[in-house]
Design a protein around this ligand. Structure first.
Ligand SMILES: [Fe+2]
Length: 607
Protein backbone atom coordinates (compact mmCIF):
# COMPACT_ATOMS: atom_id res chain seq x y z
CA UNK A 1 0.00 0.00 0.00
CA UNK A 2 1.49 3.37 -0.96
CA UNK A 3 1.85 6.16 1.61
CA UNK A 4 -0.81 8.81 1.06
CA UNK A 5 -0.32 12.23 2.67
CA UNK A 6 -3.01 14.89 2.48
CA UNK A 7 -2.02 18.50 3.10
CA UNK A 8 -4.65 21.10 3.98
CA UNK A 9 -4.59 24.87 4.08
CA UNK A 10 -7.72 26.58 5.39
CA UNK A 11 -9.45 29.21 7.52
CA UNK A 12 -7.37 32.20 6.53
CA UNK A 13 -7.25 32.84 2.80
CA UNK A 14 -7.37 30.70 -0.34
CA UNK A 15 -8.00 27.24 1.15
CA UNK A 16 -6.54 24.29 -0.67
CA UNK A 17 -5.75 20.59 -0.54
CA UNK A 18 -2.83 18.59 -1.88
CA UNK A 19 -2.34 14.83 -2.03
CA UNK A 20 0.98 12.98 -2.23
CA UNK A 21 1.36 9.32 -3.15
CA UNK A 22 4.76 8.05 -2.04
CA UNK A 23 5.95 11.65 -2.19
CA UNK A 24 4.70 12.40 -5.72
CA UNK A 25 2.11 15.13 -6.12
CA UNK A 26 -1.08 13.45 -7.29
CA UNK A 27 -3.29 16.51 -7.07
CA UNK A 28 -3.39 20.04 -5.67
CA UNK A 29 -6.27 22.47 -5.97
CA UNK A 30 -7.83 25.52 -4.35
CA UNK A 31 -11.33 25.36 -2.89
CA UNK A 32 -12.36 28.59 -4.68
CA UNK A 33 -12.36 26.78 -8.01
CA UNK A 34 -15.21 24.53 -6.85
CA UNK A 35 -17.14 26.88 -4.58
CA UNK A 36 -16.73 29.76 -7.07
CA UNK A 37 -15.99 32.12 -4.17
CA UNK A 38 -12.73 33.95 -4.90
CA UNK A 39 -10.06 33.28 -2.26
CA UNK A 40 -12.50 31.01 -0.38
CA UNK A 41 -11.20 30.44 3.16
CA UNK A 42 -13.68 27.71 4.15
CA UNK A 43 -12.58 24.17 4.95
CA UNK A 44 -11.67 22.74 1.50
CA UNK A 45 -14.21 19.91 1.46
CA UNK A 46 -14.50 19.80 -2.32
CA UNK A 47 -10.78 20.22 -2.91
CA UNK A 48 -10.14 17.27 -0.59
CA UNK A 49 -12.83 15.22 -2.34
CA UNK A 50 -11.22 15.94 -5.69
CA UNK A 51 -7.75 14.93 -4.42
CA UNK A 52 -9.05 11.62 -3.06
CA UNK A 53 -10.95 10.95 -6.29
CA UNK A 54 -7.87 11.71 -8.38
CA UNK A 55 -5.98 9.01 -6.45
CA UNK A 56 -8.95 6.62 -6.38
CA UNK A 57 -8.91 6.37 -2.58
CA UNK A 58 -11.06 7.32 0.40
CA UNK A 59 -10.15 9.22 3.59
CA UNK A 60 -9.62 5.88 5.35
CA UNK A 61 -6.68 5.16 3.01
CA UNK A 62 -4.77 8.26 4.10
CA UNK A 63 -1.58 7.62 6.06
CA UNK A 64 -1.20 11.13 7.51
CA UNK A 65 -3.11 14.41 7.25
CA UNK A 66 -1.15 17.64 7.70
CA UNK A 67 -2.45 21.10 8.44
CA UNK A 68 -0.41 24.04 7.16
CA UNK A 69 -0.35 26.15 10.32
CA UNK A 70 -1.40 26.56 13.92
CA UNK A 71 -4.21 29.05 13.50
CA UNK A 72 -4.89 29.72 17.15
CA UNK A 73 -1.56 31.48 17.42
CA UNK A 74 -2.98 34.30 15.32
CA UNK A 75 -5.30 35.36 18.12
CA UNK A 76 -4.73 38.94 19.13
CA UNK A 77 -4.49 38.23 22.83
CA UNK A 78 -1.44 36.09 22.32
CA UNK A 79 0.06 38.42 19.81
CA UNK A 80 -0.39 41.44 22.01
CA UNK A 81 1.10 39.72 25.02
CA UNK A 82 3.97 38.72 22.87
CA UNK A 83 4.34 42.20 21.43
CA UNK A 84 4.81 43.88 24.76
CA UNK A 85 7.96 41.87 25.45
CA UNK A 86 9.36 41.27 22.00
CA UNK A 87 12.41 43.05 20.63
CA UNK A 88 12.40 44.27 17.01
CA UNK A 89 14.28 42.86 14.02
CA UNK A 90 15.09 39.35 12.87
CA UNK A 91 14.97 36.93 15.76
CA UNK A 92 15.53 33.25 16.41
CA UNK A 93 13.07 30.76 15.06
CA UNK A 94 10.92 29.75 18.01
CA UNK A 95 8.52 26.89 18.51
CA UNK A 96 4.94 27.41 19.59
CA UNK A 97 4.02 27.69 23.23
CA UNK A 98 1.70 25.72 25.52
CA UNK A 99 -1.46 27.59 24.51
CA UNK A 100 -1.25 25.82 21.19
CA UNK A 101 -1.41 22.40 22.81
CA UNK A 102 -4.74 23.20 24.38
CA UNK A 103 -6.26 24.64 21.23
CA UNK A 104 -4.90 21.81 19.11
CA UNK A 105 -7.49 19.41 20.53
CA UNK A 106 -10.28 21.60 19.21
CA UNK A 107 -8.81 21.80 15.70
CA UNK A 108 -8.13 18.04 15.72
CA UNK A 109 -11.81 17.41 16.26
CA UNK A 110 -12.85 19.86 13.55
CA UNK A 111 -10.52 18.32 10.98
CA UNK A 112 -11.52 14.75 11.82
CA UNK A 113 -15.20 15.54 11.53
CA UNK A 114 -14.80 17.37 8.24
CA UNK A 115 -12.74 14.55 6.75
CA UNK A 116 -14.23 11.50 8.41
CA UNK A 117 -10.67 10.53 9.28
CA UNK A 118 -9.21 8.78 12.34
CA UNK A 119 -5.50 8.54 11.55
CA UNK A 120 -2.54 10.70 12.41
CA UNK A 121 -2.83 14.51 12.24
CA UNK A 122 0.22 16.73 12.11
CA UNK A 123 0.64 20.49 12.15
CA UNK A 124 3.41 22.65 10.73
CA UNK A 125 4.31 26.25 11.41
CA UNK A 126 2.87 28.58 8.79
CA UNK A 127 6.23 29.75 7.48
CA UNK A 128 7.63 26.22 7.63
CA UNK A 129 4.84 25.21 5.25
CA UNK A 130 5.71 28.09 2.92
CA UNK A 131 9.42 27.25 3.14
CA UNK A 132 8.74 23.55 2.46
CA UNK A 133 6.63 24.46 -0.59
CA UNK A 134 9.50 26.62 -1.84
CA UNK A 135 12.33 24.14 -1.39
CA UNK A 136 11.09 20.55 -1.73
CA UNK A 137 9.63 20.82 -5.25
CA UNK A 138 12.45 23.12 -6.43
CA UNK A 139 15.09 21.99 -8.92
CA UNK A 140 17.91 22.57 -6.39
CA UNK A 141 19.82 20.00 -4.30
CA UNK A 142 20.41 22.72 -1.73
CA UNK A 143 19.30 26.31 -1.57
CA UNK A 144 18.58 29.26 0.65
CA UNK A 145 14.90 29.86 1.41
CA UNK A 146 13.10 33.17 1.93
CA UNK A 147 9.41 33.45 2.78
CA UNK A 148 7.38 36.63 3.25
CA UNK A 149 3.66 37.22 3.59
CA UNK A 150 1.07 39.13 5.61
CA UNK A 151 1.24 37.10 8.78
CA UNK A 152 1.28 33.44 9.75
CA UNK A 153 1.16 32.61 13.43
CA UNK A 154 3.32 35.57 14.26
CA UNK A 155 6.09 35.29 11.76
CA UNK A 156 5.76 37.60 8.76
CA UNK A 157 8.98 36.60 7.02
CA UNK A 158 11.54 33.89 7.57
CA UNK A 159 14.69 32.55 6.03
CA UNK A 160 16.75 29.42 6.23
CA UNK A 161 18.21 26.61 4.21
CA UNK A 162 17.06 23.51 2.41
CA UNK A 163 19.38 20.53 2.07
CA UNK A 164 18.67 16.94 1.07
CA UNK A 165 15.37 15.98 2.69
CA UNK A 166 15.01 18.75 5.26
CA UNK A 167 14.66 22.46 5.72
CA UNK A 168 15.89 24.59 8.56
CA UNK A 169 14.51 28.01 9.34
CA UNK A 170 17.15 30.18 10.96
CA UNK A 171 15.50 33.50 11.63
CA UNK A 172 12.16 35.20 11.30
CA UNK A 173 10.56 38.61 11.42
CA UNK A 174 7.49 39.07 13.61
CA UNK A 175 4.10 40.71 13.55
CA UNK A 176 3.32 43.56 13.34
CA UNK A 177 6.39 44.22 11.20
CA UNK A 178 5.13 42.69 8.00
CA UNK A 179 5.99 43.39 4.39
CA UNK A 180 2.77 41.72 3.27
CA UNK A 181 0.67 43.87 5.60
CA UNK A 182 2.53 47.04 4.62
CA UNK A 183 1.78 46.35 0.95
CA UNK A 184 -1.79 45.37 1.87
CA UNK A 185 -2.25 48.65 3.76
CA UNK A 186 -1.42 50.60 0.59
CA UNK A 187 -3.57 48.23 -1.47
CA UNK A 188 -6.56 49.00 0.72
CA UNK A 189 -5.75 52.74 0.85
CA UNK A 190 -5.67 52.77 -2.96
CA UNK A 191 -9.19 51.31 -3.06
CA UNK A 192 -8.35 47.70 -3.97
CA UNK A 193 -9.15 44.48 -2.14
CA UNK A 194 -6.55 43.16 0.27
CA UNK A 195 -5.24 39.67 -0.66
CA UNK A 196 -5.97 40.03 -4.38
CA UNK A 197 -5.63 43.74 -5.18
CA UNK A 198 -1.88 43.71 -4.46
CA UNK A 199 -1.43 42.56 -8.04
CA UNK A 200 -3.27 45.64 -9.28
CA UNK A 201 -1.04 47.93 -7.21
CA UNK A 202 2.00 46.26 -8.78
CA UNK A 203 0.47 46.75 -12.25
CA UNK A 204 -0.37 50.39 -11.53
CA UNK A 205 3.08 51.25 -10.18
CA UNK A 206 4.88 51.82 -13.51
CA UNK A 207 2.43 54.63 -14.38
CA UNK A 208 3.60 56.67 -11.39
CA UNK A 209 6.67 58.32 -9.92
CA UNK A 210 8.27 57.22 -6.62
CA UNK A 211 7.40 60.53 -4.98
CA UNK A 212 6.48 59.17 -1.57
CA UNK A 213 9.45 56.87 -0.99
CA UNK A 214 11.31 59.29 1.30
CA UNK A 215 8.14 59.96 3.27
CA UNK A 216 7.52 56.23 3.71
CA UNK A 217 11.05 55.72 5.08
CA UNK A 218 10.86 58.80 7.27
CA UNK A 219 7.50 58.11 8.86
CA UNK A 220 6.28 54.56 8.21
CA UNK A 221 9.14 52.11 7.80
CA UNK A 222 12.30 52.03 9.87
CA UNK A 223 14.33 49.88 7.49
CA UNK A 224 17.60 48.37 8.67
CA UNK A 225 20.57 47.34 6.59
CA UNK A 226 19.77 43.62 7.01
CA UNK A 227 16.26 44.03 5.52
CA UNK A 228 14.47 43.77 8.86
CA UNK A 229 12.28 46.74 9.70
CA UNK A 230 9.78 48.21 12.13
CA UNK A 231 6.50 49.74 11.05
CA UNK A 232 5.36 52.84 12.87
CA UNK A 233 2.08 51.63 14.36
CA UNK A 234 0.88 55.20 14.73
CA UNK A 235 -0.27 55.00 11.10
CA UNK A 236 -1.79 51.53 10.97
CA UNK A 237 -4.98 50.13 12.30
CA UNK A 238 -4.60 46.39 11.81
CA UNK A 239 -3.49 45.65 15.35
CA UNK A 240 -6.77 46.75 16.80
CA UNK A 241 -9.19 47.72 14.06
CA UNK A 242 -10.77 46.24 10.98
CA UNK A 243 -9.31 48.73 8.52
CA UNK A 244 -5.67 48.70 7.52
CA UNK A 245 -4.85 52.40 7.89
CA UNK A 246 -6.09 55.27 10.04
CA UNK A 247 -6.56 59.03 10.07
CA UNK A 248 -2.88 59.69 10.67
CA UNK A 249 -2.07 57.71 7.53
CA UNK A 250 -4.65 59.72 5.54
CA UNK A 251 -3.13 62.94 6.78
CA UNK A 252 0.39 61.81 5.93
CA UNK A 253 -0.56 61.01 2.33
CA UNK A 254 -2.88 63.97 1.85
CA UNK A 255 -6.40 62.57 1.85
CA UNK A 256 -8.81 59.76 2.65
CA UNK A 257 -8.52 56.31 1.01
CA UNK A 258 -9.67 56.13 -2.61
CA UNK A 259 -13.17 54.71 -2.88
CA UNK A 260 -13.26 51.48 -4.92
CA UNK A 261 -14.19 51.95 -8.58
CA UNK A 262 -13.59 55.73 -8.57
CA UNK A 263 -11.22 57.14 -11.20
CA UNK A 264 -7.50 56.72 -10.66
CA UNK A 265 -5.37 59.85 -10.58
CA UNK A 266 -1.65 60.55 -10.72
CA UNK A 267 -1.59 60.48 -6.91
CA UNK A 268 -2.68 56.84 -6.77
CA UNK A 269 -0.15 55.82 -9.40
CA UNK A 270 2.60 57.66 -7.49
CA UNK A 271 1.61 55.93 -4.25
CA UNK A 272 1.60 52.54 -5.99
CA UNK A 273 5.04 53.19 -7.45
CA UNK A 274 6.38 54.34 -4.10
CA UNK A 275 5.26 51.30 -2.11
CA UNK A 276 6.48 49.00 -4.89
CA UNK A 277 9.94 50.62 -4.74
CA UNK A 278 10.03 50.24 -0.94
CA UNK A 279 8.92 46.60 -1.21
CA UNK A 280 11.67 45.85 -3.72
CA UNK A 281 14.31 47.52 -1.54
CA UNK A 282 13.25 45.52 1.52
CA UNK A 283 13.34 42.25 -0.43
CA UNK A 284 16.74 43.06 -1.93
CA UNK A 285 18.17 43.77 1.51
CA UNK A 286 16.60 40.61 2.93
CA UNK A 287 18.05 38.60 0.04
CA UNK A 288 21.53 39.98 0.66
CA UNK A 289 21.24 39.02 4.34
CA UNK A 290 20.03 35.53 3.47
CA UNK A 291 22.88 35.13 1.01
CA UNK A 292 25.47 36.32 3.52
CA UNK A 293 24.19 34.09 6.31
CA UNK A 294 23.60 30.91 4.32
CA UNK A 295 26.47 31.18 1.81
CA UNK A 296 24.31 29.36 -0.75
CA UNK A 297 24.11 30.24 -4.45
CA UNK A 298 20.44 29.55 -5.19
CA UNK A 299 17.26 30.90 -3.62
CA UNK A 300 13.74 29.49 -3.19
CA UNK A 301 10.84 31.85 -2.55
CA UNK A 302 7.30 31.47 -1.22
CA UNK A 303 4.70 33.40 0.78
CA UNK A 304 2.25 35.89 -0.72
CA UNK A 305 4.96 38.52 -1.23
CA UNK A 306 6.74 36.11 -3.61
CA UNK A 307 3.88 36.68 -6.08
CA UNK A 308 5.33 40.17 -6.59
CA UNK A 309 7.00 39.16 -9.83
CA UNK A 310 8.37 42.66 -10.47
CA UNK A 311 10.36 42.37 -7.24
CA UNK A 312 11.39 38.81 -8.18
CA UNK A 313 12.75 40.08 -11.49
CA UNK A 314 14.85 42.68 -9.67
CA UNK A 315 16.08 40.06 -7.20
CA UNK A 316 17.26 37.96 -10.11
CA UNK A 317 18.93 40.88 -11.94
CA UNK A 318 20.39 42.79 -8.99
CA UNK A 319 20.41 40.33 -6.10
CA UNK A 320 23.25 38.08 -4.98
CA UNK A 321 21.71 34.77 -6.03
CA UNK A 322 22.63 32.79 -9.14
CA UNK A 323 19.19 31.25 -9.65
CA UNK A 324 15.77 31.81 -8.11
CA UNK A 325 12.86 29.39 -7.99
CA UNK A 326 9.44 30.52 -6.76
CA UNK A 327 6.65 28.17 -5.71
CA UNK A 328 3.81 28.90 -8.20
CA UNK A 329 1.20 28.65 -5.42
CA UNK A 330 3.26 31.05 -3.31
CA UNK A 331 0.27 32.23 -1.25
CA UNK A 332 -1.45 30.25 1.47
CA UNK A 333 -2.86 27.66 -0.94
CA UNK A 334 0.70 26.43 -1.45
CA UNK A 335 0.95 25.73 2.28
CA UNK A 336 -1.14 22.59 1.67
CA UNK A 337 1.56 21.29 -0.63
CA UNK A 338 4.30 22.47 1.72
CA UNK A 339 3.00 20.68 4.81
CA UNK A 340 2.40 17.46 2.86
CA UNK A 341 5.97 17.45 1.55
CA UNK A 342 7.36 18.39 4.94
CA UNK A 343 5.67 15.32 6.40
CA UNK A 344 6.95 13.07 3.61
CA UNK A 345 10.56 14.22 3.90
CA UNK A 346 10.93 15.10 7.59
CA UNK A 347 8.39 12.95 9.41
CA UNK A 348 8.69 9.91 7.13
CA UNK A 349 12.41 10.56 6.53
CA UNK A 350 12.19 10.02 2.77
CA UNK A 351 14.94 11.35 0.49
CA UNK A 352 14.43 13.94 -2.24
CA UNK A 353 15.12 12.97 -5.83
CA UNK A 354 16.16 16.05 -7.77
CA UNK A 355 16.36 15.93 -11.54
CA UNK A 356 18.79 18.64 -12.61
CA UNK A 357 17.06 21.67 -14.09
CA UNK A 358 13.58 20.29 -13.40
CA UNK A 359 11.17 21.06 -10.60
CA UNK A 360 8.58 18.60 -9.26
CA UNK A 361 5.49 20.74 -9.95
CA UNK A 362 4.64 19.24 -13.37
CA UNK A 363 4.00 22.69 -14.76
CA UNK A 364 1.55 23.24 -11.86
CA UNK A 365 -1.09 21.32 -13.85
CA UNK A 366 -2.32 19.53 -10.74
CA UNK A 367 -6.07 20.22 -10.71
CA UNK A 368 -9.11 18.61 -12.35
CA UNK A 369 -8.97 17.51 -15.96
CA UNK A 370 -11.76 16.14 -18.14
CA UNK A 371 -11.85 13.42 -20.76
CA UNK A 372 -13.16 14.16 -24.28
CA UNK A 373 -16.16 11.95 -23.45
CA UNK A 374 -16.99 14.00 -20.33
CA UNK A 375 -16.67 17.24 -22.27
CA UNK A 376 -18.80 16.00 -25.14
CA UNK A 377 -21.51 14.83 -22.76
CA UNK A 378 -21.62 18.31 -21.31
CA UNK A 379 -21.71 19.97 -24.74
CA UNK A 380 -24.55 17.76 -25.88
CA UNK A 381 -26.55 18.35 -22.70
CA UNK A 382 -25.99 22.07 -23.19
CA UNK A 383 -27.06 21.97 -26.83
CA UNK A 384 -23.76 23.65 -27.75
CA UNK A 385 -22.56 23.69 -31.36
CA UNK A 386 -19.04 22.26 -31.67
CA UNK A 387 -16.78 20.20 -33.85
CA UNK A 388 -13.75 18.03 -33.31
CA UNK A 389 -10.93 18.59 -35.78
CA UNK A 390 -7.83 16.37 -35.64
CA UNK A 391 -4.99 17.75 -33.50
CA UNK A 392 -2.92 19.43 -36.27
CA UNK A 393 -6.05 21.01 -37.80
CA UNK A 394 -7.23 22.30 -34.42
CA UNK A 395 -3.84 23.85 -33.63
CA UNK A 396 -3.62 25.35 -37.11
CA UNK A 397 -7.17 26.74 -36.98
CA UNK A 398 -6.72 28.33 -33.53
CA UNK A 399 -3.42 29.90 -34.62
CA UNK A 400 -5.21 31.37 -37.67
CA UNK A 401 -8.04 32.72 -35.55
CA UNK A 402 -5.58 34.36 -33.16
CA UNK A 403 -3.72 35.91 -36.12
CA UNK A 404 -7.07 37.38 -37.24
CA UNK A 405 -7.27 39.11 -33.82
CA UNK A 406 -9.92 36.75 -32.51
CA UNK A 407 -9.91 36.17 -28.77
CA UNK A 408 -9.94 32.50 -27.81
CA UNK A 409 -10.81 30.75 -24.55
CA UNK A 410 -8.34 27.87 -24.15
CA UNK A 411 -9.32 24.99 -21.85
CA UNK A 412 -6.97 22.03 -22.01
CA UNK A 413 -5.89 19.33 -19.58
CA UNK A 414 -5.55 19.64 -15.81
CA UNK A 415 -6.21 23.01 -14.16
CA UNK A 416 -3.33 25.05 -12.74
CA UNK A 417 -2.57 25.13 -8.99
CA UNK A 418 -1.94 28.68 -7.79
CA UNK A 419 -3.20 32.07 -8.91
CA UNK A 420 -1.86 32.19 -12.49
CA UNK A 421 -3.33 30.67 -15.65
CA UNK A 422 -0.55 28.88 -17.49
CA UNK A 423 -2.19 27.55 -20.61
CA UNK A 424 -4.71 25.11 -19.14
CA UNK A 425 -7.43 27.66 -18.27
CA UNK A 426 -6.33 30.70 -20.30
CA UNK A 427 -7.70 33.37 -22.60
CA UNK A 428 -5.38 33.83 -25.58
CA UNK A 429 -4.88 36.64 -28.07
CA UNK A 430 -2.45 38.19 -30.56
CA UNK A 431 0.20 40.29 -28.75
CA UNK A 432 1.04 42.26 -31.93
CA UNK A 433 -2.32 44.01 -31.94
CA UNK A 434 -2.17 47.58 -30.54
CA UNK A 435 -5.88 47.43 -29.65
CA UNK A 436 -5.75 44.15 -27.80
CA UNK A 437 -4.90 45.36 -24.28
CA UNK A 438 -7.85 47.71 -23.86
CA UNK A 439 -10.17 45.38 -25.81
CA UNK A 440 -9.38 42.43 -23.55
CA UNK A 441 -9.66 44.48 -20.37
CA UNK A 442 -12.94 46.13 -21.16
CA UNK A 443 -14.86 43.66 -23.31
CA UNK A 444 -13.68 40.29 -22.08
CA UNK A 445 -12.42 40.62 -18.55
CA UNK A 446 -14.55 43.60 -17.46
CA UNK A 447 -11.64 44.98 -15.52
CA UNK A 448 -9.58 48.14 -15.20
CA UNK A 449 -8.09 49.30 -18.49
CA UNK A 450 -4.63 49.92 -17.03
CA UNK A 451 -3.92 46.32 -16.22
CA UNK A 452 -1.19 44.72 -18.29
CA UNK A 453 -1.30 41.31 -19.95
CA UNK A 454 1.30 38.63 -19.81
CA UNK A 455 3.13 36.96 -22.68
CA UNK A 456 3.54 33.21 -23.09
CA UNK A 457 6.63 32.56 -25.16
CA UNK A 458 8.35 29.41 -26.39
CA UNK A 459 11.14 28.62 -23.92
CA UNK A 460 13.76 28.48 -26.67
CA UNK A 461 12.74 31.90 -27.96
CA UNK A 462 12.47 33.87 -24.70
CA UNK A 463 15.72 35.78 -25.15
CA UNK A 464 14.67 36.88 -28.65
CA UNK A 465 11.81 38.84 -27.13
CA UNK A 466 12.81 39.67 -23.58
CA UNK A 467 15.88 40.58 -21.54
CA UNK A 468 15.72 37.17 -19.89
CA UNK A 469 17.32 33.83 -20.58
CA UNK A 470 16.07 31.37 -18.00
CA UNK A 471 12.96 29.37 -17.20
CA UNK A 472 9.94 31.31 -15.99
CA UNK A 473 7.24 28.64 -16.29
CA UNK A 474 4.95 30.13 -13.65
CA UNK A 475 4.78 33.76 -14.77
CA UNK A 476 6.61 34.87 -11.65
CA UNK A 477 9.39 36.91 -13.23
CA UNK A 478 9.13 40.31 -14.86
CA UNK A 479 11.81 41.43 -17.30
CA UNK A 480 12.09 44.17 -19.94
CA UNK A 481 11.03 43.59 -23.53
CA UNK A 482 14.20 43.22 -25.60
CA UNK A 483 15.73 46.60 -26.32
CA UNK A 484 15.66 46.17 -30.11
CA UNK A 485 11.91 45.56 -29.98
CA UNK A 486 11.12 48.62 -27.89
CA UNK A 487 9.69 51.70 -29.58
CA UNK A 488 10.95 54.79 -27.72
CA UNK A 489 8.32 57.31 -26.72
CA UNK A 490 8.29 60.69 -28.46
CA UNK A 491 8.61 63.83 -26.39
CA UNK A 492 4.86 64.45 -26.78
CA UNK A 493 4.07 60.92 -25.58
CA UNK A 494 6.38 61.36 -22.61
CA UNK A 495 4.36 64.40 -21.58
CA UNK A 496 1.19 62.31 -21.31
CA UNK A 497 -0.09 61.71 -17.83
CA UNK A 498 0.41 58.16 -16.47
CA UNK A 499 -2.55 56.13 -17.65
CA UNK A 500 -2.91 58.08 -20.90
CA UNK A 501 0.32 56.41 -21.94
CA UNK A 502 -1.59 53.14 -22.05
CA UNK A 503 -2.41 53.53 -25.73
CA UNK A 504 1.12 54.35 -26.87
CA UNK A 505 2.52 51.46 -28.89
CA UNK A 506 5.73 50.60 -27.07
CA UNK A 507 7.06 47.55 -28.94
CA UNK A 508 6.25 45.08 -31.71
CA UNK A 509 4.34 43.05 -29.10
CA UNK A 510 2.39 45.99 -27.62
CA UNK A 511 -0.39 43.99 -25.93
CA UNK A 512 2.14 42.43 -23.54
CA UNK A 513 4.46 45.42 -23.12
CA UNK A 514 3.72 47.36 -19.96
CA UNK A 515 4.10 51.13 -19.80
CA UNK A 516 7.67 50.76 -18.47
CA UNK A 517 8.57 48.26 -21.26
CA UNK A 518 8.35 45.35 -18.83
CA UNK A 519 6.56 42.03 -19.29
CA UNK A 520 5.44 39.32 -16.90
CA UNK A 521 6.78 36.29 -18.69
CA UNK A 522 5.69 32.67 -18.95
CA UNK A 523 8.12 30.41 -20.75
CA UNK A 524 6.37 27.39 -22.30
CA UNK A 525 8.08 24.03 -22.67
CA UNK A 526 6.96 21.07 -24.74
CA UNK A 527 7.43 18.58 -21.91
CA UNK A 528 4.95 20.23 -19.50
CA UNK A 529 2.27 21.47 -21.92
CA UNK A 530 2.65 19.99 -25.40
CA UNK A 531 -0.57 21.37 -26.89
CA UNK A 532 0.03 24.93 -25.71
CA UNK A 533 3.64 24.74 -26.89
CA UNK A 534 2.59 23.51 -30.34
CA UNK A 535 -0.08 26.20 -30.59
CA UNK A 536 2.47 28.97 -30.03
CA UNK A 537 4.85 27.25 -32.45
CA UNK A 538 2.05 27.15 -35.04
CA UNK A 539 1.32 30.83 -34.43
CA UNK A 540 5.00 31.56 -35.00
CA UNK A 541 5.02 29.61 -38.29
CA UNK A 542 2.03 31.64 -39.41
CA UNK A 543 3.04 35.09 -38.21
CA UNK A 544 6.73 34.98 -37.26
CA UNK A 545 5.78 35.77 -33.65
CA UNK A 546 6.56 33.17 -30.95
CA UNK A 547 4.48 34.93 -28.29
CA UNK A 548 0.79 34.89 -27.29
CA UNK A 549 -1.15 37.01 -24.84
CA UNK A 550 -2.13 34.75 -21.94
CA UNK A 551 -4.60 35.91 -19.34
CA UNK A 552 -6.58 33.87 -16.87
CA UNK A 553 -9.88 32.37 -18.02
CA UNK A 554 -12.33 34.27 -15.80
CA UNK A 555 -13.96 37.65 -15.45
CA UNK A 556 -13.15 40.15 -12.76
CA UNK A 557 -14.00 39.04 -9.25
CA UNK A 558 -14.48 35.39 -10.25
CA UNK A 559 -12.12 32.49 -9.68
CA UNK A 560 -10.49 30.96 -12.77
CA UNK A 561 -12.84 28.51 -14.52
CA UNK A 562 -12.53 24.90 -13.43
CA UNK A 563 -15.03 22.77 -15.35
CA UNK A 564 -16.15 22.78 -19.00
CA UNK A 565 -19.42 24.25 -17.71
CA UNK A 566 -17.62 27.17 -16.02
CA UNK A 567 -15.68 27.76 -19.24
CA UNK A 568 -18.74 27.64 -21.49
CA UNK A 569 -20.60 30.05 -19.23
CA UNK A 570 -17.71 32.54 -19.22
CA UNK A 571 -17.45 32.14 -23.03
CA UNK A 572 -21.12 32.94 -23.50
CA UNK A 573 -21.21 35.87 -21.10
CA UNK A 574 -18.21 37.73 -22.52
CA UNK A 575 -17.12 38.77 -25.99
CA UNK A 576 -14.82 35.79 -26.42
CA UNK A 577 -14.95 34.78 -30.10
CA UNK A 578 -13.98 31.11 -29.91
CA UNK A 579 -13.63 28.44 -27.26
CA UNK A 580 -11.38 25.41 -27.24
CA UNK A 581 -12.56 22.70 -24.86
CA UNK A 582 -9.81 20.39 -25.92
CA UNK A 583 -10.25 18.56 -28.31
CA UNK A 584 -13.36 20.49 -29.37
CA UNK A 585 -13.67 23.91 -31.03
CA UNK A 586 -16.67 26.20 -30.56
CA UNK A 587 -17.55 29.33 -32.54
CA UNK A 588 -19.51 31.94 -30.56
CA UNK A 589 -21.56 32.93 -33.61
CA UNK A 590 -22.87 29.36 -33.98
CA UNK A 591 -24.05 28.93 -30.37
CA UNK A 592 -27.71 28.89 -29.33
CA UNK A 593 -28.94 31.89 -27.36
CA UNK A 594 -27.54 32.04 -23.82
CA UNK A 595 -29.85 31.97 -20.82
CA UNK A 596 -28.09 32.48 -17.51
CA UNK A 597 -29.72 30.52 -14.69
CA UNK A 598 -28.89 31.64 -11.18
CA UNK A 599 -27.86 28.17 -10.00
CA UNK A 600 -26.09 27.48 -13.25
CA UNK A 601 -22.66 26.44 -12.15
CA UNK A 602 -23.89 24.15 -9.38
CA UNK A 603 -25.72 22.03 -11.93
CA UNK A 604 -22.45 20.94 -13.48
CA UNK A 605 -20.15 20.78 -10.46
CA UNK A 606 -17.83 17.89 -10.00
CA UNK A 607 -19.30 15.50 -7.53
FE1 LIG B 1 1.08 32.86 4.39
Amino acid sequence: MPIYILGISAYYHDSAACLLRDGDIVAAVQEERFSRVKGDAAFPTRAVAYCLKAAGISAADLTVVGFYDKPVLKFDRILETYLSVAPAGFRSFALAGPVWLKEKLYLDRQLREALGYRGELLYAEHHESHAASAFFPSPFEEAAILTADGVGEWATASFGTGRDNDIELLRELHWPDSLGLLYAAFTSYLGFKVNSGEYKVMGLAPYGEPKYVDLIYRELVDLREDGSFSLNQKYFNYLTGLTMTNGAFDELFGGPPRLPETPLTQRETDLARSIQVVCEEILLRMARTVHRETALADLCLAGGVALNCVANGRLLREGPFRRIWTQPAAGDAGGALGVAQLIWHRHCGKPRRVIAGKDAMRGAYLGPGFTPEEIERFLQAQGAVYHRPDRPSLLRRVAELLAEEKVVGWFDGRMEFGPRALGARSILADPRSPRMQSQLNLKIKFREGFRPFAPSVLRERVSDYFELDCDSPYMLLVAPVKRQRQIPMTEAQRQLWGIERLNVVRSDVPAVTHVDYSARIQTVSRDTNANFYELIAEFERLTGCAVLVNTSFNVRGEPIVCTPADAYRCFMRTQLDYLVLWPFLLDKAAQPEWKDAADWHTQYQLD
